[in-house]
Design a protein around this ligand. Structure first.
Ligand code: NBP
Length: 481
């Protein structure tokens, strides 16, 4: 019997996806650059399954039913192009290559077009959920050549996480749309993790709480509006004891790593001109954490105000909860705004409710909260900003006072809260009808004759003032709102 799908790349994601496919009755043929890993897999985790090995790409292709479906689960970047080049001469018109790694969406755009010219159909798909998700049900975000989707859909929707009988996998859009949505997912993941870290920092350094006490608080929070996978694992981490019985968290070095998807999200936001402040601050917070040696020196030189927390701990813990909730709403509002702009820019027809549904299960950012986002887009599919939905208007109004109290408390105690603070600034900016950009525009006109529009004249009429009396009358033609 020929195999339903071939998979190349037997690292953690590939192996677990293959076992998941096998559990759902799909026959999988596998290949890996280092062929010893094929044997290790077949004789180890895949022992007793229907999975078969292929020691060359030719063998892999020959073992597949037509149209062939070959999925790459390899390191993103050049390795994907390398395999595509090797597969092209082995495949027939109509066969399908799927890239399930964390590829940059612009690479997926390029690959979809390139392969279409060769009559090979291409799907670039985000897969989220890490090892556990891949094994038992990830969130899968496919995009690319839509003609390929009917062949891949039965497999992907079966192996994906299921929530309320719905698979966390739907067609996202043309070309790199799937990888784009996965990139935003990862950016949001950076934000969710950072706001949790800020809450932890305030409670541990500011209030002097021990990991056990914080474990209780996060467990409690996991029962309410903040209920999510990341809050749940944070509680577990805080309760975890090292071999000597002491909390392991206190022994972990405070330098965070990153693989680049958060940075890509921030760069794309800058390119499209959409404020994505919380995610950008989360990337920078990781960068600052990585400057460990410099920080250790600076901690000796730069004095910290000798202020101690004196208020009521329970009240401020409640406020921190509200800051976390409100900041999280801002982060998703910013992420969805960016997707809206990207859909316009790259001509994708993104379905925001379905995206929220796909993230509800299987992936790292899965949460209760995504149901509320889904409902908001069900009510109003063309909603400009999540902050304008009634549910979120109420949620943020209720959190407002605690959020401000938390940011002020962080400032007083000299504990950095870049995500909480930048989210609050965005919120205050977004709901301000008149910002100080009138002065900014005057400055631009003063030094560069960049012109300005007036509040007492229709939009689109541009004015230049000779501010000094000895400037010229020629305006620059580079006015850009
Ligand atoms: P890795 O990202 O560590 O990739 C390992 C695979 O790439 C192995 O099969 C390895 O072959 C192959 N490979 C490398 Br590395 N260099 C190669 C080369 N020059 N030529 C051919 N093959 C090469 O594996 P992963 O963590 O399972 O992730 C797979 C993809 O899924 C990545 O794009 C990743 O970003 C994405 N992803 C990962 C996670 C996660 O939690 N790990 C979650 C979601 C998405 P070898 O065995 O011969 O070295």
């Amino acid at each position: 019997m020929q195999a339903d799908i071939g998979l190349i790349g037997l690292a953690v994601m590939g192996q677990n996806l293959v076992l998941n496919m096998n559990d759902h009755g799909f026959k999988v043929v596998v290949h890996n650059r280092s062929t010893n890993k094929i044997d290790d897999f077949l004789n180890g985790p895949a022992r007793g399954t229907d999975v078969v090995g292929a020691y060359s790409l030719e063998e892999l292709v020959n073992k597949l039913e037509s149209p062939r479906k070959v999925m790459l689960m390899v390191k993103a970047g050049e390795v994907v192009d390398h395999y595509i080049e090797k597969l092209i001469p082995l495949l027939d018109a109509g066969d399908i290559i799927i890239d399930g790694g964390n590829s940059l969406f612009t690479d997926t755009n390029r690959r979809t077009i390139y392969l279409a010219e060769k009559n090979i159909r291409f799907i670039g798909t985000g897969v989220s959920g890490g090892e556990e998700g891949a094994r038992h049900g990830p969130s899968i975000m496919p995009g690319g050549n839509k003609e390929a989707w009917p062949y891949v859909k039965p497999i992907f929707q079966k192996i994906a996480a299921q929530v309320d009988g719905e698979p966390c996998c739907h067609w996202v859009g043309e070309n790199g749309a799937g990888h784009y949505v996965k990139m935003i997912h990862n950016g949001i993941e950076y934000g969710d993790m950072q706001v949790i870290c800020e809450a932890y920092h305030l409670m541990s350094q500011g209030l002097g709480l021990e990991p056990d006490e914080m474990q209780g608080i996060f467990s409690e929070w996991n029962k309410g509006a903040l209920s999510s996978y990341l809050i749940e694992i944070t509680a577990n981490i805080l309760g975890y004891k090292d071999e000597d019985g002491a909390p392991l968290i206190n022994k972990i070095l405070d330098t965070a790593g990153q693989k680049g998807t958060g940075k890509w999200t921030g760069m794309n936001a800058l390119e499209l001109g959409i404020p994505l402040t919380l995610i950008a601050e989360s990337v920078f917070a990781r960068c600052l954490s990585a400057q460990k040696d410099e920080r250790v020196v600076a901690a000796e030189i730069l004095p910290k105000p000798a202020v101690k927390f004196t208020g009521d701990k329970q009240t401020i813990i409640g406020a921190i909860h509200d800051a976390l909730h409100a900041s999280k709403i801002i982060s998703y509002a910013q992420g969805f705004s960016l997707m809206r702009e990207a859909a316009k820019e790259y001509q994708w027809n993104l379905n925001y409710g379905e995206i929220a549904l796909m993230w509800r299960g299987g992936c790292i950012i899965r949460s209760q909260f995504l149901n509320d986002i889904k409902k908001a887009y069900d009510k109003q599919p063309d909603l400009k900003n999540l902050l304008l939905d009634d549910f979120f208007v109420d949620a943020i109004s209720q959190a407002d006072a605690g959020w401000r109290k938390t940011v002020v408390q962080g400032i007083e105690l000299a504990i950095p809260t870049p995500a909480f603070g930048s989210a609050l600034s965005y919120y205050d900016g977004y709901r301000t009808a008149r910002l100080p950009a009138n002065l900014l525009q005057a400055q631009r006109d003063y030094f560069g004759a960049h012109t300005y529009e007036r509040i007492d004249r229709p939009r689109g009429e541009f004015f230049h003032t000779d501010w000094t009396g000895h400037g010229g009358k020629t305006a620059s033609s580079t006015y850009n709102v």
